[in-house]
Design a protein around this ligand. Structure first.
Ligand code: ADP
Ligand code: MG
Length: 490
């Protein structure tokens, strides 16, 4: 009987869907027009009920007529890693409902199971197609593209080459815990957030690679939220949404990179919400990244955001100097690059934005060195970092103040530090000291020292003189205002 049912079903759905959802089913018993089939999991049962109930009823109706009935036997995961079949009879008319996570699903299902009357099933079998199909995103069938089944992992990302620092300690150790026991820690989902270039993709790829290496039979999938969205849109277009969903429901560890991309994309979010729920319920691991903390993910539905809180959220900060040093050294070793220590130090000092930029500078240095057949040295590094260093120098510092003021008063900058007491020089010197106090964090003593070794009382006197002049002398006041503009916004 079941073989005949399968024939009917096969004619009605896509081949891949058939293989995924019907081949694993084992017919157990046929007794008084009640056919019992065994399905591998609670999730599997829910899925059949939600998406194939019509075709199932149709096939049962054709085989067993009005009196026909279908019941499921679910192989229950005992939670200790071992599966033990337990028969739970569920009428086909029962609406799918998930028990709360952590509960023994078999008990719940058994408790709520009722015996359906044959008439109910027969009536449902002859009913028109499920009017809910539009609301239900998992409808419509076509074959899954097997290419999808690749993990999309980049093998160069590992925990070994992910340098640990204060900036990433929590995220890294949570990632390692998840990688060792996907789906079974309380870090599910694991959400990693942090600014651009701080190592989010590296870390979650490392998780994926670790899981893949330790449990090769499990399906690990890395996908950017952007690709997920594009695939989803494409599946809508080609009427293959169900295959899209089926495919994602096969995943054991799902890594979704840059979830902020889902902002404002309601349909895609809805699909992800369903997938998330099914996977989470089935004890699969979900790992996500975001460029901002979840609370700042505007345009993401609250119900989705609240799911993220089920697990652990960990952030990545900018690496400190020591971590930057270690990252450069690690990268050099990995790529067989040889750079003198003082250059490494210089780079780690100068490039403190993010790791990607640091790597970018390193790569451009290597490129230049091979292009010019010249060893990488400090000079070359300084040249390569010109644009970045110029920005640093453009900050208001003592040199800049002295230079600007000297220029304004048309005197050589050296005279500010010299002994001369010529009036124009004295005024310029006092003005420069005044701005040094205003714009830098130098102490009075340090300012005096930088003006030809004068003592701090001279600096106090200068600042006082300038302040007085600003109050009393209108043209002096406008001089100061003009100069101040040159330092403003720096
Ligand atoms: P994000 O996804 O946060 O924008 P990536 O993961 O792409 O950042 O990281 C940018 C680059 O920096 C990558 O090449 C990555 O390997 C490297 N990187 C980031 N953090 C580390 C780290 N802690 N150790 C080693 N390399 C790192
Ligand atoms: Mg990234």
């Amino acid at each position: 009987v079941w073989a005949n049912c399968l024939r009917v079903i096969k004619a009605n759905i896509g081949e891949q869907s058939f293989r995924t959802w019907f081949e694993p089913i084992v017919p157990v018993q046929l007794h008084h027009n009640v056919l019992i089939i065994q399905v591998p999991s609670q999730f599997f049962y829910e899925w059949l009920e939600e998406h194939y109930v019509d075709v199932l009823k149709k096939s049962i109706y054709q085989e067993l007529g009005h009196e026909g009935r279908l019941e499921y036997s679910i192989v229950v995961d005992q939670g200790n890693g071992q599966s033990k079949p337990r028969t739970v009879n569920i009428p086909t008319s029962r609406k799918a409902a998930y028990p709360a996570p952590g509960n023994n699903s078999a008990t719940q299902v058994a408790a709520s199971a009722q015996t359906a009357s044959a008439r109910n099933v027969a009536a449902a079998a002859s009913a028109p197609a499920n009017p809910d199909t539009l609301r239900n995103p998992f409808e419509a069938a076509k074959g899954i593209d097997r290419n999808y089944l690749k993990s999309q992992l980049n093998h160069t990302y590992s925990f070994e080459n992910y340098i640990e620092g204060d900036c990433n300690r929590l995220a890294r150790s949570a990632g390692l815990a998840v990688a060792n026991k996907p789906g079974t820690t309380s870090f599910n989902p694991l959400m990693i957030y942090g600014g651009v270039g701080l190592g989010k993709t590296h870390l979650v790829q490392a998780i994926g690679n670790h899981v893949k290496a330790t449990t090769p039979d499990k399906f690990v999938l890395y996908v950017s939220a952007e690709k997920f969205t594009n695939q989803f849109i494409e599946s809508l277009r080609s009427n293959a949404v169900q295959d899209f969903a089926n495919f994602y429901l096969l995943v054991d560890t799902l890594i979704l990179d840059d979830v902020q991309f889902l902002s404002g994309k309601d349909k895609t979010q809805e699909m992800f919400f369903h997938i998330f729920n099914h996977l989470h319920q089935a004890g699969r691991q979900i790992v996500m990244t975001s460029d901002r903390p979840p609370r700042d993910l505007n345009g993401l539905e609250d119900r989705l955001l609240s799911r993220f809180k089920w697990g652990l959220t960990a952030d990545l900060q900018s690496p400190d100097f020591e971590t930057r040093m270690a990252i450069i050294q690690n990268k050099m070793q990995q790529d067989g690059i040889d750079i003198p220590p003082q250059v490494v130090e210089y780079l780690a000092h100068s490039v403190n934005t993010n790791v990607r930029e640091l790597e970018g500078v390193l790569i451009s240095l290597v490129a230049q060195s091979s292009l010019n057949r010249r060893e990488i040295d400090l000079e070359m590094a300084k040249q390569a970092l010109r644009h970045i260093i110029e920005e640093v120098e453009a900050e208001v510092n003592l040199d800049f103040i002295q230079k600007t003021v000297a220029e304004y008063f048309s005197i050589p900058v050296d005279l500010l530090k010299a002994k001369t007491r010529k009036k124009e020089v004295v005024t310029a010197r006092q003005v420069a000291m005044y701005f040094a106090k205003e714009h830098t964090s130098h102490s009075l003593k340090s300012i005096g020292h930088n003006f030809g070794g004068r003592d701090h009382s001279t600096v106090i006197h200068s600042v006082q003189t300038v302040s007085d002049l600003i109050d009393s002398d209108k043209s002096f006041r406008s001089t100061i205002a003009e100069l101040r503009k040159k330092f403003a916004g720096k």
